[in-house]
Design a protein around this ligand. Structure first.
Ligand code: NIG
Ligand code: FE
Length: 423
């Protein structure tokens, strides 16, 4: 073994491993009992992977005489895995602050959408924006997320609804993946709304016969990497049959299924996700008991989005019922022009206060379970030997301050570390 390492984090007050048995996800019992070590040190190798983690004394003697590119004295601080945001829409032009005012005055999300605003407003502006403009705003947003502790983020397309703009958005996400520190899982969301002037059947056919084959070609040529497929399965948007057809076509070309379901109306999206062996379904404010049971049985994770329920004053996602039934619960910010939130600490706070999750549960949902929702929990989401060295140093002697404090997280997060590099 080489005697050179990238990073030595010395003597942290607490290190929250999240899990340490190689679990790919945690359900209720595991989330309750997160693995925490007091007075702990951690070593990241030159390859950016965790090499060792354990009691400070034993790490000190084991690595005596080794050389490190960087040493951080973490006395009085806590270490947690980097936060993972399992649901965002970060590529767009045209904010909707004017619609926030309408919604505060009583308009519903669907009233604004059906009047041609909402997603349609953002689509008009995103179609007109250049790739450079989109990249510039995307990198600013991802940098804000990173400063708030997000080290891996899911990024959707979906404000194009036509082949050219969807590809433009996915290429911008690809550019970010290659040039920014933050980790990215990319999602094709061409079925985010039915484009103006098209029927659901026409839009579905365009996605399956035109957009997905072109995407496949680009992926095979190595121009683009896309990880997931998404559909907004909702009354007045894509119904259950069109959602099934689009998701199945995406799955057939190797994409992981991760879609919007049961948000504003019960659609049986959860049952559909279970039937298709989806990796994840987001929202689920209106999920039924049968849907919860089906997801638990299929191992389909629930990506809950407390910002959306908060902003739209929807019923809260039923986190407790899902946990009680054994569903794998993850969290996401849903960053988009409707829910303008870049901060996973705020998301965890809302999950605890409004969805009645415990702080341990919220952290597991924003780390190992969010990694699972993206199909990346073998390499991300916990501080275990062999996993990617993505972590946060919290300037507090108890990690829970990250959730307890309401805002101001950028001061609390002393260092964000990705692959062993301070970023
Ligand atoms: O997850 N519900 C559908 N999609 C987004 C909102 C997108 C938008 O309004 O621009 C969501 O909340
Ligand atoms: Fe969304």
């Amino acid at each position: 073994m080489s005697n050179r390492f990238k990073l030595y984090i010395k003597n942290a007050k607490q290190v929250v491993l999240v899990c340490n048995n190689g679990e790919r996800f945690l359900t209720k019992e595991g989330m309750k009992n997160l693995s925490v070590i007091e007075n702990c040190s951690l070593i990241i190798g030159i390859d950016g992977l965790v090499k060792a983690v354990g009691p400070a004394d034993s790490i000190d003697s084991r690595f005596e005489g080794a050389s490190f590119e960087n040493v951080i004295n973490a006395t009085g601080m806590c270490v947690i895995p980097g936060l993972i945001d399992a649901h965002t829409h970060p590529v767009w032009a045209g904010d909707r602050v004017h619609e926030f005012a309408l919604k505060l005055a009583g308009a519903t999300y669907m009233e604004v959408h059906q009047a041609g605003g909402g997603i349609h407003f953002t689509v008009t502006h995103t179609r007109q924006a250049s790739p450079d403009q989109l990249f510039s705003s995307l990198s600013q947003r991802l940098t804000r997320m990173l400063r708030s502790g997000t080290t891996l983020v899911e990024c959707k397309s979906g404000y194009g609804l036509d082949l050219d703009t969807e590809l433009k958005m996915l290429m911008v996400i690809e550019r970010a993946r290659q040039s920014l520190d933050i980790g990215i899982s990319s999602t094709y969301c061409g079925a985010h709304a039915v484009p103006k002037g098209k029927t659901v059947a026409e839009a579905t056919e365009d996605i399956i016969k035109v957009q997905l084959p072109k995407l496949k070609e680009k992926m095979e040529q190595g121009d683009l990497r896309v990880d997931n497929i998404d559909v907004f399965c909702e009354k007045g948007v894509f119904d259950l049959d069109s959602t099934r057809a689009i998701l199945q076509a995406g799955k057939d070309m190797g994409l992981q299924i991760n879609f919007h379901g049961d948000e504003l109306n019960p659609m049986n999206s959860a049952q559909l996700g279970a039937e298709l062996n989806a990796l994840a379904i987001s929202h689920l404010e209106e999920v039924t008991n049968g849907g919860i049971a089906a997801m638990a049985k299929a191992g389909t994770s629930a990506v809950l989005l407390p910002t959306t329920a908060y902003i739209l004053r929807l019923p809260q996602p039923r986190a407790r019922d899902m946990l009680d039934c054994g569903v794998i619960v993850a969290l996401g910010s849903d960053f988009n022009p409707n829910a303008y939130c870049c901060s996973m600490p705020m998301v965890m706070h809302l999950a605890c206060v409004n969805m009645r999750m415990a702080m341990n549960e919220a952290l597991a949902a924003a780390t190992i379970n969010a990694a699972y929702a993206l199909g990346l929990s073998q390499s991300h989401g916990s501080l275990e030997v062999g996993k990617q060295g993505d972590l946060l140093l919290i300037n507090s002697s108890r990690w829970e301050h990250l959730i307890y404090q309401f805002g101001g997280h950028q001061e609390l997060i002393k260092y964000v570390i990705i692959k062993g590099n301070v970023v």
